[in-house]
Design a protein around this ligand. Structure first.
Ligand code: AMP
Length: 224
């Protein structure tokens, strides 16, 4: 199974992918996590990527495509993978098509107001990347309880320190949503035309949504 999770920042791509990939025995590839790793290690790519990431802009296509191509060729991707945060532009989607055949694209939908609330309350583990959320949303038919660690500030999985990403602060979040609408949202039509798109409206937390997203991945995509 080779799937793409599409959708605005904060919609839950990373959370769902991290829970679904072990259940399906496929890799979870987050280009955001890969880039943050490069930034942490201060590699040449990391130093270049950081200035774009800090501004909430996209890292240039050629840098991300190269990194993604190397990652997809690793052994753990042989059984399949979930791409989380890639592609984010039409040129990235076209480059991906030359590397591998995608089975399904899941487009996750949630209103901006909730996205901003969720991103501002997101916390991530510095060591393993696990995602938590302090927001407690229960209105307009949307019920998203907080995802809290057992010990405040510490990751349940590896004990690592939880932190707020610099680009999850409100000013940068608004820029990222704009970037999403301009540069990434056109991919929805791109994949709809290819007959690969499945839309999933997010109405709850991972306990409710993970089975729904998995079902959408397994059922055949909508026809053109
Ligand atoms: P994410 O963790 O997916 O929200 O990504 C964090 C940041 O990394 C984005 O705001 C971009 O600056 C950069 N980034 C991640 N994936 C891509 C991509 N496919 N293309 C360009 N930039 C990316």
């Amino acid at each position: 199974m080779k799937a793409i999770f599409l959708g605005p920042p904060g919609v839950g791509k990373g959370t769902y992918a991290s829970r679904i990939s072990p259940q399906m025995g496929i890799a979870h590839i987050s280009t955001g996590d890969l880039l943050r790793e490069e930034v942490k290690k201060k590699t040449e790519l990391g130093l270049k990527a950081k200035e774009y990431m800090d501004r909430g802009e996209l890292v240039p296509d050629e840098l991300v495509i190269d990194m993604l191509e190397k990652r997809i060729r690793e052994k753990d991707c042989e059984n399949g993978f979930i791409l989380d945060g890639f592609p984010r532009t039409i040129p990235q989607a076209e480059a991906l098509e030359k590397i591998v055949k995608i089975d399904v694209v899941i487009n996750l939908l949630l209103k901006d107001e909730f996205l901003i609330e969720k991103i501002s309350a997101r916390r991530q583990c510095r060591k393993c990347g696990e995602i938590y959320n302090l927001a407690d949303i229960d209105r307009e038919g949307i019920k998203m309880p907080p995802i809290l660690p057992k010990v405040p500030g510490k990751c349940d999985k590896c004990g690592g320190e939880l932190y707020q990403r610099d680009d999850d602060k409100e000013e940068t979040v608004r820029e990222r949503l704009e970037v999403y609408k301009k540069q990434t949202a056109p991919l929805i039509e791109y994949y709809r035309k290819k007959g690969l798109l499945k839309e999933v409206r997010v109405t709850g937390g991972p306990e409710k949504m993970v089975p729904i997203v998995m079902e959408a991945m397994r059922s055949p995509p909508q026809t053109k």
